[in-house]
Design a protein around this ligand. Structure first.
Ligand SMILES: NC(=O)c1ccc[n+]([C@@H]2O[C@H](COP(=O)([O-])OP(=O)(O)OC[C@H]3O[C@@H](n4cnc5c(N)ncnc54)[C@H](OP(=O)(O)O)[C@@H]3O)[C@@H](O)[C@H]2O)c1
Length: 342
């Protein structure tokens, strides 16, 4: 029964009891977990979704990545650096490149397909033809199944089309074509509308979340419904890496500003999807498990929310001062943020 809000290094793959999770989180707070933390890596850190499947807590995002060798290289570099999770979408028009990279890596590395976690998404225009769109994605990715498939956004075809799409996603789970299904850019009303009729509960809601736009109300509402939060644009698309507060924390830990933003996301329990096409950045963005932001760091970062929403999709969210994170309550014992995901 892992908790959405659990600290990244407190979540490992395999079956872990609630008692173990709480003990780990408590030990980590005091720094007593150093030995264990050294063994944690982008390859090992996973959380259990409400579908029963485990998802690596860090993915390579491939938004704005071309459908060619550039993206194939990026995905391969990521796999070589230990990433096991790639976040793509039909809309990104690069599923073929992602598929080619997966095929080559599986053939050459000895890592099995089952050890990888591949996400794609149904674009808005396809809500009424989701079954076909799923087949298209499977073909482009050259996969027998997709690990996680999301409704990319509520779209503008209306609630009936959205619910029809969900039924098609459920049927694809029944047929073994998708392991877990979820949504993206859904606000609370849209989540509840879906939950009222869903036979299979969404496993995730993928939304924008970073220190400058934390989306705390929607995060908490998502978690309260037993749904994991996936955070897109976890580095605010690189727009605020020069901020003094971030640089000071980075210097303190001997890490980069990007790593500080990503680590913040992990520590509040987000599944994070950093995007890069640059090998050195892909590698650095995975080196998040050898340091911990302390309470002072988290307090500073929690106070940076200024409504700096980068994406066009998704609910506006609330970033008024009252919605700021007031604590590091993302831990296993984090009250409201605790969730059941078994
Ligand atoms: N569901 C949705 O509606 C939705 C919306 C947006 C994004 N997403 C997903 O979330 C992923 C990430 O979001 P995002 O691409 O918007 O933003 P992001 O990951 O926060 O930032 C990506 C930008 O930061 C740069 N960057 C990466 N690592 C860096 C580093 N270590 N130092 C400095 N700059 C660095 C990248 O440049 P280089 O590539 O040149 O390194 C790129 O310009 C996407 O790829 C996609 O998978 C989903």
């Amino acid at each position: 029964m892992p908790a959405q809000g659990a600290d990244a290094a407190g979540i490992a793959s395999g079956e872990i009891s609630v008692a173990d999770m709480k003990a780990r989180a408590a030990e980590k707070t005091t720094g007593a977990q150093a030995g264990e933390r050294r063994r944690s890596s982008v390859a090992t850190e996973k959380v259990k979704l409400n579908s029963g499947h485990y998802i690596p807590q860090v993915a390579l995002g491939v938004y704005k990545a071309p459908n060619d060798g550039t993206t194939e290289d990026a995905v391969k570099w990521a796999f070589e650096a230990g990433y096991r999770h790639v976040d793509s979408a039909a809309r990104y028009m690069n599923e073929e490149a992602v598929g080619r990279a997966i095929k080559e890596f599986v053939e050459k590395s000895g890592v099995k397909r089952e050890e990888l976690f591949i996400t794609s998404k149904l674009w808005d225009a396809d809500h009424e033809r989701a079954a076909e769109a799923i087949e298209d994605s499977l073909k482009k990715l050259q996969l027998d199944y997709i690990d996680l498939y999301l409704i990319h956004s509520p779209g503008n075809l209306g609630p009936d089309a959205r619910l029809k799409a969900w039924k098609d996603l459920e049927a694809a789970v029944d047929a073994g074509k998708i392991k877990s299904i979820g949504v993206s850019n859904f606000d609370v009303e849209e989540l509840d509308h879906l939950l009222a009729v869903a036979r299979i509960k969404p496993a995730v809601n993928q939304i924008e979340s970073h220190p400058f736009f934390q989306h705390e109300e929607l995060r908490e509402a998502t978690i309260a419904r037993g749904i994991h939060v996936q955070a897109y644009s976890p580095m605010a698309q690189g727009a605020a890496l020069e901020r003094e507060e971030i640089k000071a924390i980075a210097t303190k830990h001997g890490k980069s500003p990007a790593q500080v933003l990503l680590r913040w996301g992990l520590q509040i329990g987000n599944i994070i999807l950093p995007k890069s096409l640059t090998q050195s950045r892909i590698e650095a963005n995975a080196e998040l498990f050898d340091f911990t932001l302390d309470e002072d760091d988290m307090a500073i970062l929690n106070n940076l929310d200024e409504g700096m929403k980068m994406g066009k999709l998704g609910p506006a969210g609330t970033s008024a001062p009252g919605s700021r994170r007031s604590s590091n309550s993302g831990g296993v014992a984090g009250g409201k943020l605790q969730m059941t995901s078994s």
